[in-house]
Design a protein around this ligand. Structure first.
Ligand code: GDP
Ligand code: IMO
Ligand code: MG
Length: 430
């Protein structure tokens, strides 16, 4: 097996960064293929925390190639800050490669993201305000600016001067906001271009050459299935495709080149931002999950909404991504619970269903059908072998695999690299 996709199976923040970092010890290359700096992936190595937004979570290994693919929307200022931070901490950044086809997040994207949210008022999506949606809008509208334009001084200036005419009309006439100064932006971005130029290349050619050589490539999803623009709880979603199918488009490799898919599943469930969340616990259970799990957003610091695991959602994610294995994270957060619940079906108007309704009106009405499990009430954070986990923890995990139809591949019992129980060798034999 040489290509592995890591994809979030819920609403994000499942611990994808931790799993990617763990598996990256075997990989030659780690690739981000969608999203942008809305992602916040935390990697903990020997107790030291690294928060990654645009850089792939393979960056902590010297010699690993870290690709930001064409499907990513790149905020150059944020990327440079991340690179500087890594360099300050002694991390090798020479393996970074930035796609010349990736779209660039411009100041108007961030501004319009924020102003648009304000205008939506009660109907706001709860975006991260990083300009993600507006940047993807411009890509689809064919007025986006790409990295290949950013590093071409004249082309970039011409594009900014042209696009800003429309953007300023929108800012002034729709949002009653002061216009942006094209020349100031051009000067600012010239500085970014100078810094980023050494990392820019044709990542499609690079990745396909690596595939040809049989190199081990890890594709790192950001966000998650329920935030996918087609398959998530639309419109309360992000603007890209975090499922495994997003890899073909966002990295420029053929879908048939994907060997293995790992779905990252938090042992309970969280969501940031607005939108339906059937198993949400707006009670002391939810508070206990938030406190035990320190569930506050990496990017925005917002308290995350919390609830029980929804196996219907995980099964759906598995179907969409062709998930071979689950990597179940944060099982240790449930250590202190007397009982744990898992939603295995929904009830609507007296009828039992297992699918995710498309209509948010219907989804808001579904009642989760729960199975209850006895807790294990033991500290599992030091356990390293599956058979050493308490029986009640294994029962919970095995029922999860049964209901979702997805095999257990990894169980994570803490944020550190070594707090990982491996049931399957994801990359196959060495
Ligand atoms: P991501 O966006 O999917 O990469 O997830 P985040 O990094 O936003 O949130 C997951 C948090 O859980 C991070 O702080 C991780 O360090 C932490 N984490 C990951 N796996 C585990 C685990 O098994 N146990 C505990 N206690 N923390 C974990
Ligand atoms: P990682 O990769 C959790 C959510 C936002 C909002 C919606 C749209 O760390 O799992 P956007 O800024 O993308 O237009 O916001 O998506 N969202 C995330 N939630 N984890 C993330 O990333 C997220 N990225 C976006 O809160 O509800
Ligand atoms: Mg996150």
């Amino acid at each position: 097996m040489s290509t592995v996709v890591i994809s979030g199976a819920q609403w994000g923040d499942e611990g994808k960064g931790k799993i990617v970092d763990y598996l990256a010890q075997q990989a030659d290359t780690v690739v981000r293929f969608q999203g942008g700096s809305n992602a916040g992936h935390t990697v903990t190595v020997s107790g030291e925390e690294y928060k990654l937004r645009l850089l792939p979570s393979g960056i902590l290994y010297k010699g690993t190639t870290c690709v930001i693919g064409n499907g990513v929307v790149v905020d150059p200022q944020c990327l440079i800050e991340e690179i500087d931070n890594m360099q300050k901490r002694g991390v090798d950044t020479s393996g970074i490669r930035l796609s010349n086809r990736a779209h660039v997040v411009m100041p108007w994207h961030k501004l319009i993201d924020e102003l648009g949210e304000n205008l939506r008022g009660e109907n706001k999506i709860g975006t991260t305000k990083r300009g993600i949606g507006p940047c993807y809008i411009d890509k689809a509208d064919r007025i986006g600016i790409r990295v290949c334009d950013l590093i071409d001084r004249e082309e970039f200036a011409a594009k900014v001067r042209n696009v800003i005419k429309v953007k300023n009309l929108i800012l002034e006439k729709v949002y009653n906001h002061t216009p942006l100064d094209a020349e100031k932006i051009i000067r600012e971005y010239e500085g970014y271009a100078k810094r980023l130029r050494p990392f820019v290349c044709d990542t499609i050619a690079l990745l396909n050459a690596e595939l040809g050589m049989g190199k081990k490539i890890l594709f790192e999803g950001a966000q998650a299935t329920m935030l996918d623009i087609d398959y998530g709880t639309y419109p309360y979603v992000t603007s890209s495709h975090p499922i495994s199918g997003g890899v073909g488009i966002g990295a420029g490799i053929a879908p048939k080149k994907i060997d293995t898919v790992v779905g990252v599943v938090k042992a309970y469930c969280t969501r940031v931002g607005e939108g339906p969340f059937p198993t949400e616990q707006l009670n002391e259970i939810g508070d206990k999950l938030r406190e035990a799990g320190h569930e506050f957003g990496t990017v925005t610091g917002r308290p995350r909404r919390t609830g029980w695991l929804d196996a219907c959602v995980v099964k759906y994610a598995g179907q969409l991504s062709g998930t071979d294995y689950m990597a179940v994270t944060r099982l240790d957060i449930l250590d202190g619970f007397d009982e744990i619940k898992m939603c295995t079906a929904y009830k609507i108007d007296g009828e039992i269903i297992h699918e995710i309704p498309a209509s948010l009106k219907v989804l808001a009405k579904v009642e989760p059908v729960y199975e209850t499990f006895a807790g294990w009430k033991t500290d599992i954070s030091k356990i390293r072998r599956y058979e050493d986990l308490p029986e009640n923890a294994r029962k919970y995990l095995e029922r999860m695999a049964e209901v979702t139809g997805i095999a257990l591949g990894i169980v994570s019992v803490g944020p550190n690299r070594d707090q990982t129980i491996v049931l399957e060798n994801i990359f196959g034999e060495q």
